[in-house]
Design a protein around this ligand. Sequence first.
Ligand code: TYD
Length: 137
Amino acid sequence: MIKGVKIIDLPKIKDSRGNLSFFENSNQIPFDIKRTYWIYDVPGGEIRGSHAFKESHEFIVALSGSFDVVLHDGEKEVKFNLNRSYYGLYVPNLLWRRVENFSTNSLALIVSSIPYNSNDYIRDFDEYKKLKNENEK
Ligand code: TYD
C-alpha cells in the first residue's frame, strides 16, 4: 500500500427505481472540496495524468465504466481499478499518478482540495522524486 491512499466507500441508497450514492463536503471526503472536474470521451489506449500535485488532494470516482489509477510514491507503483460509482479513491498530495485503461464511455469524476492552479503540478518524475525525498526527511 501507499501511505495515506485509501478506498472510501460511499453511501449507497438501494432502490428498485435505481440506486443513489453521494458525498458531501467534509463528510465522506477527508478535505474541503474546492473543485470538481471530470474526464470523459477518452479514446481507447489514452493515458491521462502522469504528474503529481504539490498541494492538491483528490478523490476519484468511476461514475461510469472503469479505468485504472496508477500511483507511484517514488519507490513503488500501485494500481487501483475503479469500476463502481459507490466508492472512490482518495489520493493525497505528492503522489505521482496516471489514469489509464479507460473503458468505452467511462466517466471519471474528480474532486480536488484546491482551485485549478498550474503551479501545483509537478510534471517531471525526477523532480517529483527529489521533492518527495526532501519532504520525507
Ligand atoms: P491536466 O490536469 O493537465 O490533464 P491530465 O488529466 O491529463 O493531467 O489538464 C488538461 C488541461 O485542462 C490543462 O490545460 C489545464 C486544464 N484544466 C483546467 O483548466 N481546470 C482543471 O480543473 C483541470 C483539471 C484542468
